[in-house]
Design a protein around this ligand. Structure first.
Ligand code: ADP
Ligand code: ASP
Ligand code: MG
Length: 432
C-alpha cells in the first residue's frame, strides 16, 4: 500500500509533474514562489514538467469579455473563438513562470499546448485529449531544462486551439504525467488536500490522507471541484500516482515533508479505508429539474421523452418515474442548469404535444447532495441514515439516485448547506 510517498524522493532523477491552480498562480509574487518551489525540486535532482493554470479570475475575465461582445448563447462558430480567447490565460502563465524560473537561475522553456503538441478532438470548450507527443519535452529535460506547459488547452486535427472545459488544467497535468510515465503528478492548489467535503462550506471538514481512486472519481463527478473528473479518469486508466497538496506551505519546507503532505489518490483498498463507511460528501448546484406530468404509462414513453433531449445533446442526470394512476404517470429528470431553458422549451413545444402530456414543469433552484464511500458496498442502512438525517432537519427529498458507492438526493437549493453540514456530522466526518 502506497500510503506514504508513492515514490522515493531520495531517488535521483525522478520525473515529476507539478500542476499549479489559478490561486497558486494568482500574482507575480505567487508565481515567483512557485518558481522557488520548482527550483527546490530540480536542485534535489529531479526532472520537472510544470503545468500552470491561468492566474485566478483570468479565465472568467476573458470569457466575460467574450460575453460582452456576444451576449447570445454561443453557436458552433463562436465556440471556436471562445477557446481561442480562453486559452490565452494559460499562455501568459507559462511565460511568466518560465521567466521567474530563469530569474532563479534555472534553465526553463514554456510551451502552449499546440507546440508540444497536446492533440485533442474538436469539441470546443470541452475537448478531449487524444494524444501527447513528448519528444520535444524529453529533449528539453535531457538538456536540464524545466519544461512549462499550458494547462487547459490543446490543438485539434485542423490546427485549432481547443480547451478542455473548466478546471481542465488538472487533466492536462495528469495526461502529461501519463504520457511521460512520470513518477508522480502533484496537484498544488489552495487547500492542503482532498477533504471530507468542501472546507469552504463545512469548516469542520477533515483532510483525508488517502482517498481511493473510485471514491475520488465519484466525488469529482458529483461536484467536488478540487479535481476535474477527467483528470481522475486519466489517473485511473494509466495508474498515475496522484497527490493533491497545498501551494501555500512555505516554498522551502523539506522536500520529503512536502512529498508526504496532502492527499494521495490510491488504487488499492486498505483496511483503514474499509472502516470508513462514508468518506465524503459532494454537492452540486449546477442542475435543474424538469417534470412531465400526466403522460400515458406505456412502453416507450421514457424514450419518447428523453430521446429528443439526448438528440439535442443535452446530458440527463437523475431520472425518476412515478407509479401510475389511471394509466398516467409523472416523469422527472435533471439536466445541467445551463440547459434548463432549452430543455423546458423542447419538452413544452415538442415532446408534450407528441406524448399527450398534461403539463411540463421545471425548477432550476435545486441541488444534488451525495454521500460517497466504498464502505457502502458492505454496510446496510447507510442510505436510511441519510434520509433520517434530512428528515430531522425538515428537508424534503425530491429525487434519489444510488449506485454501489454513493447515494444522491435532489433537494431544494436553499437547504444545501444545512444538508451537507447535517450529513457530515451524522456520518462522523466532523474533525474531532
Ligand atoms: P485550483 O485553482 O487550484 O484548480 P480549484 O478552485 O479548482 O483550485 O479547487 C480547489 C477548491 O476545491 C478548494 O478551494 C475547495 O473550495 C474546493 N473543494 C470542493 N470540494 C472539496 C473537497 N472535498 N476537498 C477539498 N477541496 C474541495
Ligand atoms: N483556467 C481554466 C479555468 O479557470 C482551467 C483551470 O484553471 O484548470 O477553468
Ligand atoms: Mg481547479
Amino acid at each position: 500500500m502506497q500510503c506514504g510517498a508513492a515514490f522515493n524522493v531520495q531517488s535521483f532523477m525522478a520525473l515529476i509533474v507539478h500542476k499549479y491552480g489559478g490561486t497558486s498562480m494568482g500574482s507575480t509574487e505567487r508565481i515567483r514562489n512557485v518558481a522557488k518551489r520548482v527550483a527546490k525540486w530540480v536542485r534535489a535532482g529531479h526532472q520537472l514538467v510544470v503545468v500552470p493554470s491561468a492566474m485566478s479570475g483570468e479565465t472568467n475575465r476573458l470569457l466575460g469579455l467574450a460575453k460582452e461582445v456576444s451576449p447570445e448563447k454561443p453557436g458552433p462558430d463562436a465556440l471556436r473563438e471562445l477557446d481561442a480567447i480562453a486559452a490565452t490565460g494559460e499562455q501568459v502563465s507559462v511565460g511568466l513562470l518560465a521567466l521567474a524560473l530563469q530569474a532563479e537561475g534555472m534553465a526553463s522553456v514554456s510551451y502552449g499546448g499546440w507546440q508540444v503538441p497536446i492533440k485533442t478532438d474538436s469539441a470546443f470548450t470541452k475537448a478531449r485529449i487524444v494524444s501527447i507527443d513528448d519528444t520535444r519535452v524529453r529533449a528539453d529535460l535531457a538538456e536540464g531544462k524545466v519544461v512549462i506547459i499550458t494547462g487547459f488547452q490543446g490543438i485539434d486535427p485542423d490546427g485549432n486551439v481547443t480547451t478542455l472545459g473548466r478546471g481542465g488544467s488538472d487533466t492536462s497535468a495528469v495526461a502529461v504525467a501519463a504520457a511521460m510515465k512520470a513518477d508522480e503528478c502533484l496537484i498544488y492548489t489552495d487547500v492542503d488536500g482532498v477533504y471530507t467535503t468542501d472546507p469552504r462550506i463545512v469548516p469542520e471538514a477533515r483532510r483525508l490522507s488517502t482517498i481511493s481512486f473510485e471514491e475520488m472519481l465519484e466525488m469529482a463527478s458529483l461536484g467536488s471541484k478540487v479535481l476535474q473528473i477527467r483528470s481522475v479518469e486519466f489517473a485511473g486508466k494509466y495508474r498515475v500516482p496522484l497527490r493533491v497538496l497545498s501551494s501555500f506551505t512555505p516554498w522551502d519546507i523539506p522536500l520529503d515533508e512536502e512529498s508526504r503532505s496532502g492527499t494521495l489518490i490510491t488504487f488499492e483498498e486498505d483496511e483503514k479505508m474499509e472502516q470508513a463507511v462514508v468518506s465524503g460528501i459532494a454537492f452540486n448546484r449546477d442542475e435543474a429539474k424538469i417534470t412531465v406530468m400526466g403522460v400515458p404509462d406505456k412502453p416507450g414513453i421514457a424514450y419518447q421523452i428523453l430521446g429528443p433531449v439526448a438528440d439535442a445533446n443535452i446530458d440527463i442526470d437523475v431520472i425518476i418515474q412515478n407509479i401510475s394512476h389511471d394509466g398516467k404517470t409523472d416523469f422527472s429528470f435533471t439536466v445541467h442548469r445551463n440547459d434548463y431553458a432549452k430543455t423546458l422549451d423542447l419538452l413544452t413545444n415538442t415532446v408534450a404535444p407528441a406524448t399527450g402530456a398534461a403539463q411540463v414543469m421545471g425548477d432550476p433552484k435545486i441541488c444534488k447532495v451525495s454521500i460517497v464511500g466504498i464502505g457502502m458496498r458492505s454496510h446496510v442502512g447507510v442510505a436510511s441514515t441519510m434520509f433520517r438525517t434530512l428528515s430531522e432537519e425538515g428537508i424534503n427529498i425530491q429525487m434519489i439516485s444510488t449506485s454501489e458507492i454513493k447515494t444522491s438526493v435532489v433537494i431544494d437549493e436553499k437547504y444545501m448547506e444545512l444538508a451537507v453540514r447535517a450529513l457530515h456530522k451524522a456520518f462522523d466526518l466532523d474533525a474531532a
